[in-house]
Design a protein around this ligand. Structure first.
Ligand code: GBH
Length: 476
């Protein structure tokens, strides 16, 4: 069991979760700044205004990556640092560009391969106010295309590009449950904004088209000289039928993956939305115009995979409500026979199940023709970690075991099943702003002491990561 000698491994973060410095060097506001200011949206009432202060600690973060032995690092750019108002006719902020150019230079100098995500959920707030942001089918893709061009032109040394992080989350959590910015939901009577029977599917469609536009710009204008690759990162759990003897549960388990992954990956690899989605959503799921389809189909040089957990899936009876994004099914931590899928963590949605990682790598590889895959996120929180004293937080054996099991499951998927996984980035390099959970949930291999000047200390899992990979990567 082994991974090829050129396999890349490292860690991932996202701009709003680690950078802080939201008022510095001309950065414009994002929908997350605005969302965090609404009382009740973030569990501990915090925001990303300071976070890990990574904007001012690039040297420290790169030194940390180097110490841990990482060979790659995935991070996202803040669009509103580069174009503070976001639009294609709005001014560009040179200070923002200079910051990221230097960061990439410094990473390369340290021998670390950069993976840049163009947008990890923090849409410039002005675009939301100006024309409805992600909901606008005409404007949003054009503004994103312009932003992408500015970035590609400024950072030719980066060879690995990800357009969007988890469009499922932007669409469903932003426009159906309302847990994420901009908080649209029609499910909760009190604060109903928007129409969650339609908006998530429009947003998903617009993100696909915007992805396609950025990819076309890269391939037409930059790739011939820069020779990099570009793809999109999708999230998805593995699913097991609640009752494997019940064909309706078997079908529902597959349908849940289709609603998470194939929603985006089928248009990219096959040029159409999955039948299961068309069947449930009818004309609430947009149709691609021929021009849009030409942009979207074939637009992945690689598949970016974020993966954390698995679920048992049970079919439902009756018709799902139009606001019900998962449709006619439900998820369970236990199978019908009472087996538990994995231990609890601090995240209600996450239970470790390494076999599911291998399962989903195989599911994806079979369905999409064994594409090159980068695992762009994988990791875990720990139940009650935030309530522990520092020495106990630093001794995160649970997280170490998670990484050990997941990396070994991935190595089997590569060497025994033929999946083409080329790299792996653990979530996350350090504890950070965990969106609606605030700072109470930690995902870092590095502890960040927010009460003491954002001081970083490596946890046990950080120190062991190199050993985990050294054991499975072939020697040159
Ligand atoms: C990642 O998403 C994010 O990319 C990253 O920024 C984040 O810090 C990390 O996870 C840890 O949370 O509300 O029941 O519908 C992970 C994938 C998919 C996990 C959606 C939570 C919500 C389940 N996420 N899921 S539910």
């Amino acid at each position: 069991m082994s991974l090829p000698s050129d396999f890349l491994w490292g860690f991932a973060t996202a701009a709003y979760q680690v950078e802080g410095a939201t008022q510095q060097d001309g950065r414009g506001a994002t929908i997350w700044d605005t969302f965090c200011a609404i009382p009740g949206k973030i569990a501990d009432g915090t925001d990303g205004s300071v976070a890990c202060d990574s904007y001012n600690r690039t040297a420290e973060d790169i030194a940390l990556l180097k110490r841990l032995g990482a060979t790659c690092y995935r991070f996202s750019l803040s669009w509103s640092r580069i174009i503070p108002l976001g639009g294609r006719n709005d001014p560009v902020n040179q200070a923002g560009i200079d910051h990221y150019v230097k960061f990439v230079d410094d990473l390369l100098e340290a021998g670390i391969v950069p993976f840049i995500t163009l947008l990890h959920w923090d849409v410039p707030d002005e675009l939301d106010k100006r024309y409805g942001g992600l909901l606008n089918r005409q404007e949003f893709p054009l503004d994103f295309e312009n932003y992408a061009r500015v970035v590609f032109k400024s950072i030719p040394k980066c060879k690995n590009w990800i357009t969007f992080n988890e469009p499922w989350c932007s669409s469903i959590l932003g426009y159906s449950t309302g847990f994420f910015a901009p908080g649209h939901t029609s499910n909760r009577a009190k604060s109903a904004i928007g129409d969650s029977s339609r908006e998530p599917w429009i947003v998903g469609h617009n993100l696909l088209v915007a992805h396609g536009r950025a990819v076309k710009v890269y391939r037409d204008e930059f790739k011939p000289a820069d020779k990099g690759e570009i793809g999109i990162t999708l999230n998805g759990d593995y699913t097991y039928p609640w009752d494997p003897e019940d064909p309706r549960d078997v079908e529902a388990a597959n349908r849940k993956i289709e609603f998470a992954i194939s929603w985006f990956a089928d248009p990219i690899y096959f040029g159409k939305y999955p039948d299961s989605m068309r069947k449930q959503l009818g004309d609430r799921l947009p149709e691609f115009t021929p021009e849009e389809l030409a942009l979207v189909q074939g637009s992945n040089d690689f598949y970016g995979m974020n993966h954390y957990t698995a679920d048992y899936v049970k079919h439902g009876d009756g018709n799902p409500a139009p606001e019900d994004f998962l449709g006619d099914l439900s998820t369970h931590p236990y199978s019908k026979s009472g087996d538990c899928i994995g231990p609890e963590t601090q995240s209600f949605w996450l239970r470790p199940n390494p076999e599911g990682f291998r399962g989903l790598l195989n599911w994806l590889s079979k369905r999409y023709g064994y594409p090159n895959i980068y695992v762009t996120e994988n990791g875990t929180s720990i139940l009650g970690e935030n309530d522990l004293k520092e020495p106990e937080i630093l001794n995160d054996e649970f997280r170490y075991k998670y990484f050990y099991d997941y990396v070994n499951a991935m190595a089997k998927a590569v060497s025994e099943d033929g999946c083409n996984v080329k790299g792996y980035m653990a979530w996350s390099l350090m504890d950070n702003f965990e969106w609606a959970e605030g700072y109470e949930t930690r995902f870092g291999v590095t502890y960040v002491n927010y009460a003491d000047g954002q001081q970083r200390k490596e946890k046990y899992s950080a120190k062991k990561m190199k050993e985990i990979f050294d054991a499975v990567i072939e020697k040159k």
